[in-house]
Design a protein around this ligand. Structure first.
Ligand SMILES: Cc1cc2nc3c(=O)[nH]c(=O)nc-3n(C[C@H](O)[C@H](O)[C@H](O)COP(=O)(O)OP(=O)(O)OC[C@H]3O[C@@H](n4cnc5c(N)ncnc54)[C@H](O)[C@@H]3O)c2cc1C
Length: 357
């Protein structure tokens, strides 16, 4: 639909097509053929999920496993969202950095089971054996969960309109239509997409998300490794992890991920990334007692919406006819497990609604 400028929600008309679906079952076989054929005869998608992070993929996985056609769109280059892993080529060999989520400590046994199925394994650091990490990177977990799903990366949704019971999404790859849309993007981005007059706007406005400036730095393999991880909320570098110490990572360099504190990140969010990388590298080198000039690599990633400061307090938002859902970690908390729970709760609600018809 050409000329879509801003999002608005019109009253839905027409009943949702009746189709029988199954309840969520982690042990059910995956219906990849139904997923790959996620469009109906009119060329319209049944459900489009915006966001291929943990929430979007958890939702898509549960819907697809229940035989419900679904398609996922994401503006980023790779699946995973904030479960992010960057690969960098260095003279000693390739290295990777988990520059988003560091690890998961599952509370819900079903989440632990989903992580195990997605190839996650323990990251024993001497003090805590409950930490799980993706193999060989954090993004691998979400990629494994997305196996067989229809996911279109580098596809940004810039506007969405509901008219006559059909959603039209304006994307940089052209317009797409769907019966139902599930937004699993950070709350401030969802608020922008839906617009200030949308009924969800006041709920989204209650959610706050903190930024995080994250340094990725590599040093030669023979350089100091004084610790595996260090947490000091009062320090400008509130969390520092030796990333190469995680299982399955290459040891061709000593790689560090340092997350700035919330006050430091807020104060320096708009600073030049090269300047802030140099500054954070000096701070890291002080802590490690190494010479910053020996660094093989140092870059900063600016997470504008890293983790929820104030969560919504319920697993998702939806309209009455179940044509629009909004979810993500920020609904329930600040962690990957919260994203997974939100995505699964949305899928469960969609399936319940479909079965009730
Ligand atoms: C620095 C940092 C450290 C963290 N540490 C931990 C940790 O140790 N343990 C833990 O459990 N959690 C941690 N988290 C939180 C964890 O990463 C998140 O809770 C989880 O990954 C959020 O998943 P999500 O699917 O809700 O959102 P996201 O992962 O943000 O996924 C949203 C997706 O939507 C896409 N998108 C946005 N707008 C559009 C659009 N208009 N069109 C198309 N696509 C769009 C984005 O590209 C993104 O891929 C950390 C996060 C950060 C940033």
């Amino acid at each position: 639909m050409a000329g879509v400028k801003r999002a608005r929600l019109l009253p839905a008309s027409g009943a949702m097509a009746r189709h029988t679906v199954n309840a969520i079952d982690d042990t059910a076989p995956r219906h990849t053929s139904a997923i790959q054929d996620g469009r109906n005869r009119a060329g319209m998608d049944q459900t489009i999920i915006i966001g291929s992070g943990m929430a979007g993929i958890a939702c898509a996985r549960a819907l697809a496993d229940a035989g419900c056609p679904v398609r996922v769109l994401d503006k980023g280059r790779g699946i995973g969202g904030r479960m992010a892993t960057r690969r960098v080529a260095l003279p000693h060999g390739d290295v990777t950095f988990d520059h988003g989520a560091q690890y998961m400590r599952p509370r819900d046994p079903a989440f632990a089971q989903a992580l195990a199925k997605a190839g996650a394994c323990a990251w024993p650091d001497g003090s805590d054996h409950g930490r799980q990490v993706g193999m060989p990177g954090m993004s691998s977990v979400v990629r494994a969960m997305a196996d067989g799903l229809t996911v279109s990366q580098q596809t940004e949704v810039t506007a969405m309109v509901l008219q006559d019971g059909v959603w039209t999404l304006a994307t940089d790859a052209g317009d797409l239509q769907a019966k139902r849309v599930v937004l699993t993007i950070p709350a401030p981005q969802a608020a922008r997409l839906l617009g200030p007059l949308h009924p969800f706007a006041p709920h989204l406005a209650r959610v706050t998300m903190d930024p995080c400036l994250t340094l990725m730095a590599a040093f030669p393999p023979d350089s100091a490794r004084p610790f595996v991880q260090r947490s000091d909320p009062a320090h400008d570098l509130a969390w520092i992890a030796q990333d190469n110490a995680k299982p399955g990572r290459t040891d061709s360099a000593v790689t560090w991920v340092a997350q700035a504190s919330v006050p430091f990140s807020c104060a320096n969010l708009e600073a030049d990334t090269d300047d802030i990388a140099a500054h954070m590298l000096r701070l890291l080198a002080e802590v490690l007692e190494v010479d910053p000039r020996h660094a093989l690599y140092a870059r900063v990633h600016r997470w504008r919406y890293a983790q929820a400061g104030t969560a919504l307090g319920q697993p998702f938002l939806r309209n009455d006819d179940r044509r629009l859902f909004v979810g993500g970690d920020w609904c329930l908390g600040a962690r990957a497990e919260d994203a997974w729970r939100s995505g699964r709760a949305i899928a469960r609600d969609i399936l319940e609604g479909a079965n009730a018809q």
